[in-house]
Design a protein around this ligand. Structure first.
Ligand code: DAK
Length: 257
């Protein structure tokens, strides 16, 4: 299959997917989302592949959903767009998924990393949910998965006040598996993925399902509520102002309506 905004490679028994929009810090537009899920599903169906790694580049894993694509969307546009269904398909991937994160993992980028089973971070990785800066909230699991991973106190600061979590903090809070030098973060992720790929496939699949079950009980309800709140905010003037201000490189003027 040929892709336009991602690149795929095979390393031994591991399928590697690189998000490739460096000029926008790998912002996730609908094409990235569609191609990413297509590539994941293709690797998931390929018996030569035992695990997958998702990465960006050294500067950014992904700086979030593409704000330029969302700025003019209404709540109904967001609800009807196919992005939701596409995003949900990541949860159905059976083989282990590792995020190899360097630089920014923000908004939808952090939500994508948290949708993976493990995260290998470079020392430069920075995790956050800065949606509050543009008048919205996380909409792809951020409020739910982050809270479960790091606890309420830190999650509140991240979601409400744009606190950024450094790589070292992310390890301490239990968000990532390892922090390694930037020169080796991708190699280490591939090595770990190859170790997983060599293990008993059915036991790996069941183990992943069961750990997710423990982590994700009640998650579906929380995610559905989060999504409704996320769409609702697209009927506000503050969402338009927040996103326009980002694009115009100025501070937003909030109206609270
Ligand atoms: N969207 C579009 N363009 C982006 C972008 C983004 N998220 N992030 C960065 N860029 C672009 C910048 O506009 C700039 O483009 P030019 O001006 O050169 O044309 C280029 O990338 C380089 O960025 P900067 O010049 O800003 O670089 P700096 O190093 O100064 O700053 C930064 C880096 C990461 C701090 C900054 O770029 C930034 O604050 N970016 C925005 C981060 C953000 O707010 N992310 C959250 C977006 S909302 C859902 C799925 C997903 C989502 C929700 C629902 N469903 C399926 C329901 C997710 C929502 C979000 O992620």
């Amino acid at each position: 299959m040929s892709y336009t905004v991602i690149q795929t490679e095979v390393h031994d028994r591991v399928g590697l997917i690189r998000i490739n929009r460096p000029k926008t810090l790998n912002a996730i537009n609908s094409t990235v989302m569609r191609e990413l899920v297509q590539a994941l599903e293709a690797f998931d169906a390929d018996s030569a592949i035992g695990a997958m790694v998702i990465t960006g580049d050294e500067r950014a894993f992904a700086a979030g959903a593409d704000i330029k694509e969302m700025v003019d969307a209404s709540a109904v546009d967001m609800l009807l767009a196919d992005n939701i269904g596409t995003w949900d398909r990541i949860r159905n991937i059976k083989k282990p998924l590792i995020a190899a994160v360097s630089g920014w993992a923000l908004g939808g980028g952090n939500e994508l990393a948290m949708s993976c089973d493990m995260i290998i971070a470079s020392e430069t990785a920075k995790f956050g949910q800065p949606e509050i800066n543009i008048g919205i909230i996380p909409g792809a699991g951020g409020t739910q998965r982050l809270t479960k991973a790091v606890g309420k106190a830190i999650a509140m600061e991240v979601v409400l006040n744009n606190r950024t979590i450094s790589a070292e903090e992310a390890y301490r809070f239990g968000l990532v598996n390892r922090v390694v030098p930037v020169e080796v973060y991708l190699d280490q992720a591939l090595e770990l993925a190859n170790e997983l790929a060599a293990r008993a496939p059915l036991a790996i699949r069941m183990g992943k399902e069961m750990v997710n079950h423990a982590f994700e009980s009640f998650l579906a309800d929380g995610i559905a509520d989060e999504r409704r709140s996320f769409y609702y905010l697209f009927s506000s003037e503050d969402q338009k102002e927040g996103m326009k201000a980002f694009i115009e490189k100025r501070d937003p003027e909030w109206k609270g309506r």
